[in-house]
Write a protein that binds this ligand. Structure first.
Ligand SMILES: Nc1ncnc2c1ncn2[C@@H]1O[C@H](COP(=O)(O)OP(=O)(O)OP(=O)(O)O)[C@@H](O)[C@H]1O
Length: 277
């Protein structure tokens, strides 16, 4: 077992923004010297308002964006030191919009199976069985496997995205606003599913959200980001009940008087819903 599932050291990503032909470019420090560690099996919530750098940080962890500076370690090894397959078997993303991330011309079965084919894992028979097993695990009825993304509800599509992320059996999921595009009633179902999967598969989560109401119910620890930097991190109890940094306090007080748009769902009452939304 590695000491840390994820370790970020002094991670930065800067962008030069052009201000028109004759003006000098300005430097935007989208992520600026972020260091954090997540232990195996832990859920870390990364919170902060829109534009503070959360997605940029996620993209660097996932290898979709090169850091300007700093290191990403996955299961104690530099991410650049592992092959694509080795990395795909450790770390997978779940994004906000399950529709745009699913190929509309492929059946659900093919979409979930694709990572196994791309990485040449198993034969046709074992791949089909793996798709069936993972679909059961995420609560996707078998009849949906022959359908196309456009025929599914938002919640079902997010279950497909989760199944595809898990088919190579990674131990870490980077969830970037995984429920923000869903109806409030469906959000709770997907959040409950993610928590059930975490227990069953002993997963580690980096859970990115602007919605502190969601984060409070799910995470072990919280890291608070403001203008590219981490301003505070601590246990859920420390951050939600004894926050020290004024920005964290301001963020929390805006949640205590929620706007309707924040749509804090009624999380974690799984008694009243069906698995297949
Ligand atoms: N490719 C890019 N080129 C220039 N600036 C960028 C680029 N990507 C992100 N930025 C800027 O970096 C900053 C951080 O953006 P990022 O998307 O990481 O924030 P965020 O916290 O995820 O916000 P949101 O929750 O709205 O997605 C923003 O000011 C954004 O405009």
């Amino acid at each position: 077992m590695p000491d840390y599932a994820l370790e970020l050291s002094n991670l930065s990503r800067h962008f030069y923004l052009k201000n028109g032909a004759f003006k000098e470019a300005t430097l935007l420090k989208a992520v600026d010297g972020v260091s954090l560690r997540i232990r195996p099996g832990e859920t870390l919530g990364l919170v902060g308002e829109s534009g503070c750098g959360k997605s940029t940080l996620a993209k660097m962890i996932l290898g979709l964006l090169e850091p300007t500076d700093g290191d990403v370690l996955v299961n104690d090894k530099a991410r650049g030191a592992s092959s694509r397959l080795a990395m795909a078997r450790q770390l997978q993303p779940i994004f906000q919009d399950p529709y745009s991330s699913l190929n509309p011309r492929k059946t659900i079965e093919k979409i979930i199976r694709l990572p196994l084919q791309l990485h040449k894992v198993g034969d046709r028979h074992s791949q089909k069985k793996a798709v069936k097993d993972i679909s059961d695990l995420v609560g996707l009825p078998e009849r949906l496997l022959k359908q196309y993304p456009g025929q599914l509800s938002g919640g079902q599509r997010q279950r497909v995205a989760i199944a595809r992320a898990l088919i190579l059996r990674p131990n870490i999921l980077v969830c970037d606003e995984p429920t923000s595009a869903l109806d409030v009633s469906v959000q709770a179902q997907i959040l409950n599913l993610l928590m059930d999967l975490k227990k069953e598969l002993n997963l580690t989560y980096l859970f990115i959200s602007h919605n502190l109401g969601v984060v409070e119910h799910l995470v072990d620890r919280v890291a608070v980001m403001y203008r590219g930097k981490l301003v505070e991190q601590g246990t859920r109890e420390e951050i939600f009940h004894h926050a020290k940094h004024p920005y964290t306090q301001a963020l929390l007080s805006s949640v205590l008087t929620p706007e309707p748009a924040l749509g804090v769902p009624e999380v974690l009452d799984s008694s009243s819903w069906d698995k297949a939304s």
